[in-house]
Design a protein around this ligand. Structure first.
Ligand SMILES: [Zn+2]
Length: 115
């Protein structure tokens, strides 16, 4: 089953929010039930990235790429980057996977690879 990460769409004006905001940043809508969830697209462009070399013990890898990606619908998300030699503006394809694991918790997020 393909996993999804959801954005919150204001049903008054259609503005997408990710992560969830208590108030629509376009029309000011405050009612929480006026937002509906819509799956985020998986394709996007690399806006910027960094590589982390000194990770906490919970991560079982030596280094970790972190990216900010602008998805096809304009929403910007943070995710792991699994590209050896990334370049700004390159096309990426995201997958939803486990990004961190603790004894009783698994954290899911975007993992981006070259498209
Ligand atoms: Zn709105």
């Amino acid at each position: 089953m393909a996993r999804e990460i959801y954005a919150y769409e204001c049903t008054e004006c259609g503005t997408l929010h990710y992560p969830f905001k208590m108030r629509c940043r376009n029309c000011g809508e405050l009612e929480p039930f006026k937002f509906k969830t819509v799956p985020l697209p998986k394709r996007g462009k690399l806006l910027t990235f960094t590589k982390v070399y000194n990770l906490p013990a919970a991560y079982e890898v030596a280094t970790l790429g972190i990216a900010i990606v602008e998805l096809e619908n304009g929403v910007r998300v943070t995710g792991q980057l699994e590209v050896d030699d990334p370049t700004i503006g390159m096309d990426l394809l995201g997958d939803v996977g486990v990004v961190r694991e603790e004894p009783y918790n698994r954290y899911w997020g975007f993992i981006f690879r070259a498209a």
